[in-house]
Write a protein that binds this ligand. Structure first.
Ligand code: V47
Ligand code: SF4
Length: 362
């Protein structure tokens, strides 16, 4: 049944919408995985990337309150928190070069809620203070949703907002907030959030002003196969235009403590989604199997299904763990290397832009 698709992949032809739908409908996970692995190795050989990084979530107070999000709180609600810039810097000092990583961080990943009282200057101050203290750490910060919010609170255009963020130390942007672009499902999941088109617009402008970004897709909730495929194709179209995406990360929905509830994604769906993403997104260099969401073991197997990156040491993770993630919150460098080697891949420690820092890890 997958013969024609196999021929297309092996001859380097681009898959179309109905090919992607057929792949999602198929139970032949081994063929799909083998094809994805073929494409991944053509792009990245047997390399599997990881990074020494740390996540920081400056606040969980958020005006959007998406129905799949167990992390956010309203102002004044029990469990709501907000970090000062000093507290953020302390967190970075804490793990920097510590026993947890054995090395200094290459990247800090910062995302948080849309705080009703914070001013744009606070975000700029956050960036410049971190940059001043840690000039060698790349700052990957703020989803397209947060950037849109900053543009609204500052009265600046998206372009002006992004340029100001860049000037103050923003190096690249994570891929969160994309969720699923389909309007019907998005309205059920997160009615207050910016539309899929707006998310794409923010990313297009970020790429234009020289900020590389990632892209994500939240799957395993209310969406159907067609919603997933359309989402991937919109990302592929924008990547054709800008070339500004570095990696695609499928995010497995976690149901605990959320308003919409439901189930954890299955391991089979996780692997299939990674593999099909690799096959459809022929213009993305990297597919990330984010171990925090997939779990250590599925993310390891995903390296044989088209993924070439498992993300990093993380240290502290709140968003997925609020929603019932069963993984640890951090892994050491040695654990990441072990996980990758045991998948038969070559561990490559990378910086935020996929430049190799250490290849001699075998
Ligand atoms: O934007 C929220 C998602 C995202 C849940 O770019 C949930 O390198 C699952 O985007 N179940 C944040 N997912 C995480 C993210 C990310 C993570 C790692 C690396 C990168 C990168 C990006 O988490 C949110 C939202 O899409 N999310 N709630 C949930 N219950
Ligand atoms: Fe807020 Fe992001 Fe959670 Fe939505 S997913 S409620 S925007 S923190």
């Amino acid at each position: 049944m997958l013969g024609l698709i196999k021929d297309k992949v092996l001859s380097g032809q681009r898959l179309v919408e109905k090919d992607a739908i057929r792949l999602f409908q198929s139970d032949d996970i081994f063929t799909i995985g083998r094809l994805a692995s073929y494409v991944a190795e053509k792009k990245n050989n047997k390399n599997a990337y990881f990074i020494i990084n740390r996540h920081v979530n400056p606040t969980n107070i958020c005006i959007n309150r998406c129905k799949f999000c167990a992390f956010s709180r309203s102002k004044g609600e029990e469990g709501a928190y907000e970090l000062t810039i000093e507290e953020i810097i302390e967190k970075l000092k804490d793990g920097h070069g510590s026993q947890v990583t054995g090395h200094g961080f290459s990247e800090v990943h910062i995302v948080g809620g849309l705080h009703p009282d914070w001013h744009f200057e606070y975000y700029l101050d956050m960036l410049s203070s971190i940059k001043k203290e840690f000039p060698h750490i790349a700052i990957k910060a703020f989803t397209a949703v947060e950037v849109d919010y900053m543009s609204k609170i500052s009265g600046l255009s998206l372009e002006e907002t992004l340029i100001a963020l860049k000037k103050n130390g923003l190096d690249l942007m994570p891929g969160g907030g994309a969720e699923i672009f389909s309007e019907g499902v998005r309205n059920k999941l997160c009615p207050e959030k910016i539309s899929g088109d707006r998310w794409l617009e923010v990313m297009e402008i970020a790429h234009r002003v020289g900020i590389k970004t990632n892209a994500t897709m939240l799957y395993g909730h209310l969406e159907g196969i067609e919603d997933r495929v359309k989402h991937l194709l919109k990302l592929r179209d924008l990547q054709d235009k800008t070339g500004g995406f570095q990696a695609f990360i499928p995010l497995a929905y976690h149901p605990k403590n959320t308003e919409i509830g439901g189930f954890y994604s299955s391991g089979i769906d996780d692997l299939k989604t990674i593999a099909i993403s690799r096959l459809v997104l022929d213009n993305f260099d990297h597919i990330k199997a984010y171990w925090i969401m997939l779990g250590e073991k599925i993310s390891q197997v995903a390296l044989l299904f088209g993924a070439d990156d498992v993300d990093g040491t993380i240290i502290e993770e709140k968003i997925t763990h609020s929603a019932g993630a069963m993984s640890e919150e951090g892994m050491t460098r040695e654990e990441l290397i072990y996980l990758i080697k045991k998948a038969g891949k070559v561990p490559v420690q990378r910086d935020a832009f996929y430049n190799p820092i250490d290849r001699g890890l075998m």
